[in-house]
Design a binder for this molecule. Sequence first.
Ligand code: FAD
Length: 594
Amino acid sequence: MTTMHRWQGRERFVILATAFGAGDAFLDAWQAWRDDPQRCERLVYIAIEPEPPTRDALGAAQDAASPLVEALRAAWPPLTPNLHRLSFDHGAVELLLAIGGLRAWLPELVATVDAFDLATLPSDSDARLAKAFARLAAPDAMLVAIGHPPAWGAALSAAGFNVDIEQQAGRGAIHARFAPAFRPRRAPARMPAQRAEGERHAVIVGAGLAGCAAAWALAAQGWRSTLLDRHDAPATEASGNPAGLFHGIVNAQDGLHARFNRAAALAARGAVQAAVDAGVPGSARGLLRLETTLTVMQMRAVLHRLALPCAYVEALGADEAGARAGLALDHPAWFYPGGGWVQPAGLARHFVARAGDRAAWRAHAEVQRLERIGSGWRLLDASDNTLAEAATVVLANAADALRLIGAADWPIDSVRGQISVADASRLATPRVPIAGRGYLLPAIGGEAMFGATAQPGDADPAVREADHVANLAQLARLTGQPVELTPADLRGRTGWRCSARDKLPLIGAVPELAPQGARLEQPRQVPRQPGLFLFAALGSRGVTWSALGAQVLASWVTGAPAPVEASLLDALDPARFVSRRARRGPNRPPSSRE
Ligand SMILES: Cc1cc2nc3c(=O)[nH]c(=O)nc-3n(C[C@H](O)[C@H](O)[C@H](O)COP(=O)(O)OP(=O)(O)OC[C@H]3O[C@@H](n4cnc5c(N)ncnc54)[C@H](O)[C@@H]3O)c2cc1C
């Protein structure tokens, strides 16, 4: 049976392929999917490629006027070393591009693969590689490859594949089907979420950036959602500032934070650009982040070592950075060409608009508590009236989500922040946002916005003069120029960031809070509360994190391949706090950095 016949009538079909070349095999699969009236709803093509082509080299063997080639070129990302998710045909076709080698990537993929198209396997057979294919394989998954028999045949058979090899001059065309005699073991966090046949609806609590982005990402996977919020409009709390910045980060160690922020910033660029194209105030045309420790030569050495392309980030000397900003600057800067700013509430509303009729919205619905019922959840208000019942619930209501799940002792802080706004005529404003310790935005509608303060545990909603003074001092340090404004010239707004102390969001299935059992030190081994998911703690980076975070959330809910590596998935998993407690013992308090 061909790949095409096997995808017919399916909700989702996942192909994992090597030898991406100029993208021809992907383009052929996409075209075949379009041409097949009985195609699956969603096609996911995972390409593992150490040396992906440049944009111009894509589709070289295809018709030059092909709209598919044009769409692929338009979506082609800066080739940074991480997983890239490119989406086509309104999200129904997805290309996950993993830049690097097969051995490095297989353990980092979280997906259920229906067809492996592996071109040439390494010359030595490898039992670990064969097991890695088995770990990803769906029941009856087909594997096609060129390899050296009989060793590969034996390795694949031992991993649970039925193997058939056509001999060709010492090499073999391997055809295999995954049909293990044993039941493959999966960690609780890697099991597909249980749901009734055809059930594809989620209730989302909270309609800030997180909840609205979740509705969009679920809709892209064919799910409907109902957004509940306690206010009369979306995005009126933390997501209600007039503007917010988004950008990646560079870190010489390229650890989890840098990798997640990079992938998130690349996803944010697409989401913000789509919103700006639809009329939301914002710009994805670059951002400068001042560097006060490294010289520009040291910065360039870091970029060279990390192989980060200038389409993602450039190191600029102070003069060059100043020329981009249109303001004299004292420090070198990282220039993120795909960074920028956007009105968060506009972005949130745009996410909901993109979900179309798959997202419904309910105002004045404050969830007081959750109750487990049968295989789902009941959401109740303060008078114990039922607001909603659902098999799948996503908690995207920032700090209040922790109260609802009874995890108020997790190391998460509410951090008050006040922004300051002046008439733009009173201040020299940059052409692109400048960030560092604090930030200054370009003039927007005649106003200049800068800030912000960060005060953990401060619940005062009032706009305070002392905070304007602090923001003015921070602005003077950032720009290296005296600022001739007083608090009387400023307006302000306060809000609260919900921030985990490890500086990463919480995205995933809600864990059992006091589980018993072995191997709990690994988040993926922690048992979950069925049908209950969390997307919270977006800290001071909700604009940057919301699009990718929502796609990660949607992969947890729907079983779609994860758009980030397994190591990042674990780092974002709310079960990390349960695992840390298991590691240090129940009676010792968390360290301040946890
Ligand atoms: C001063 C300041 C400056 C910032 N600057 C930036 C920036 O430049 N760039 C950036 O990326 N980020 C910035 N942030 C952070 C960003 O605003 C947040 O990360 C983001 O808005 C969080 O979105 P959220 O949806 O998680 O939370 P929120 O926007 O707070 O949304 C939570 C929603 O849940 C609802 N809700 C809560 N409890 C319930 C309940 N029980 N029932 C029903 N509804 C409920 C609330 O009404 C609210 O609408 C800033 C934040 C502050 C405070």
